[in-house]
Ligand binder design. Structure first.
Ligand code: MG
Length: 412
């Protein structure tokens, strides 16, 4: 058992400590959730225990395997292969249709439960989230015990298992949750990177897909450690800026924050309090441009479009006001958002000195449904086009609102 204090280091000012991040990931989400639903309806067999798959429309040639049981896996069935080919490998295979509405419900229940432990929760996909416990660890005697508690509670309450990875950043937490499945808790703290992560094959590194792995092997890098110890310039020469990202990830470096604003609310906003009051319009425009880039990137990361753009102000007396407008069509480009913001600026600002300015976007829509992250789960060779066609066929069958990004799930 690892004692908590080993991972809470305060500096001499008493204000810096290592972060404690959990990555919570549902094991085999679609199949598990379908199993739970079937059992609740009186189905006698737990489909997690038999050769079974969740598959897209079997009658169409594009029907593919979205999730497979461990037994189906033993037959050599792979995610994203056609149901037709999966049946050839295992003639008594049971095929079940996905039920996105139920998956979203399970996802919401789990996220609501986990959010009891920290407000800093970022939903990463329908079945994964990050939880930042840095500021709350004093509440818990042992962080590992807490992880086991959360894991077991989810099983007892909802009937499905999760893996929990713990690290000092999101990358390490995510790598750790992937170590051994199902129903496990793993740590990958800074001082464990060399022993636990470096021996792994390079394709196990987050964001390293098949094509990148092949290139890295040609360069003589077979393990994550090989990349971590190499001359970063070689990677940059081959992969441009992504080379630097690979190098940092191999060394367990990731400074991104657990961003609860993106996943928990139905708006994305950013604001800045200026050093002093200003009526310098050029300065304000520059600030707004930067802010539009921030909210725009957050939006596109979620593969969403916005339909409502707002500008927010605070005067030196801290009187707040804002003005918003609807867009004609859903937009997600910086240019389109910036145009709206600037026209709002001219419409609503009377050139009095202001202290704080911000941008807020809301009214999100997934004009095009492309949440491929649902399928990332251990399937690096997933064929995006096939998945897109499966998603389309699900939409055709159940209506276009059936698949929504997790960020649109209502928070009560
Ligand atoms: Mg998962």
């Amino acid at each position: 058992m690892i004692a908590l204090f080993e991972y809470m280091f305060y500096n001499l000012d008493g204000d810096i400590m290592k972060r404690i991040i959990f990555h919570i990931d549902v094991n085999n989400a679609f199949l598990s959730w379908s199993a739970v639903k079937l059992l609740s309806e009186g189905y006698k067999i737990d489909i997690r225990q038999i050769p079974s798959i969740i598959g897209g429309d079997e009658s169409s040639r594009h029907g593919i395997v979205l999730a497979k049981s461990p037994v189906a896996k033993k037959y050599g069935i792979k995610t994203a292969e056609t149901i037709y080919s999966a049946r050839k490998k295992c003639p008594n295979l049971k095929v079940f249709s996905p039920n996105m509405e139920y998956y979203r419900l399970m996802s919401k229940k789990m996220i609501d439960h986990i959010s009891n432990y920290s407000p800093d929760l970022e939903q990463f996909s329908i079945d994964e989230c990050f939880l930042d416990l840095t500021g709350t660890t004093y509440l818990y005697d042992d962080i590992l015990d807490l992880a086991y508690k959360i894991k077991d509670e989810i099983f007892e309450k909802f009937g499905f298992t999760v893996n929990i990875g713990i690290g000092n950043n999101k990358l390490c937490a995510k790598m750790a949750s992937d170590f051994e499945k199902p129903n496990k808790v793993h740590t990958l703290f800074e001082n464990e990177i060399e022993s636990k992560m470096w021996p792994l094959p390079i394709e196990d590194l987050f964001m390293v897909g098949e094509k990148t792995a092949i290139k890295l092997k040609k360069m003589g890098f077979y393990t994550i450690g090989d990349v971590a110890k190499c001359d970063c310039k070689r990677l940059i020469k081959e992969f441009k800026s992504f080379g630097n990202t690979i190098y940092e990830m191999a060394n367990g470096i990731d400074n991104s924050i657990v961003d609860s604003t993106i996943s928990q609310s139905k708006s994305i906003s950013v604001s800045l309090t200026l050093d002093k009051d200003t009526d310098d319009i050029e300065l304000l425009k520059k600030v707004l441009l930067h802010q539009v880039d921030e909210v725009g990137r957050a939006l596109r990361k979620k593969k969403l479009y916005t339909t409502i753009v707002a500008i927010t102000f605070k005067t030196s007396e801290f009187i707040s006001f804002s003005k918003q407008c609807s867009t004609d069509l859903p937009i997600n480009s910086n240019n389109a958002i910036y145009d709206k913001v600037i026209s709002l600026l001219y419409k609503s600002w009377n050139f009095e000195k202001i202290r704080n300015i911000g941008v807020r976007i809301s009214g999100f829509t997934n004009k095009r449904v492309t949440q491929t992250s649902l399928f990332e789960d251990g399937n690096k060779e997933v064929d995006d086009e096939k998945i897109q066609s499966v998603l389309d066929s699900i939409k055709d069958k159940y209506g276009s609102n059936i698949i929504n990004p997790a960020s649109l799930i209502d928070k009560e």
